[in-house]
Design a protein around this ligand. Sequence first.
Ligand code: F3S
Length: 76
Amino acid sequence: GKYVKVKKDSCIACGSCGASAPDIFDFDDDGLAEVIYEGDNNRGVTLIAADLQEDLQDAIDSCPTSCIKTSANAFA
Ligand code: F3S
């Protein structure tokens, strides 16, 4: 599994990640993406379920600024 968070200062609010993985990403009032999965609140501390890994990879691949970060460990 993977942990994920959006580096919001690099997000350009393109919307692609939420289209690819609506169970993982939503957008704040400025249209910037954040991880909403299981109440993570873009902390990167919630392990993404195996059945969402494909959606997650699609989102990562679709992000024009590569600001979706993943880690094998929870983000500090
Ligand atoms: Fe932002 Fe990348 Fe999503 S630019 S809206 S994190 S696809």
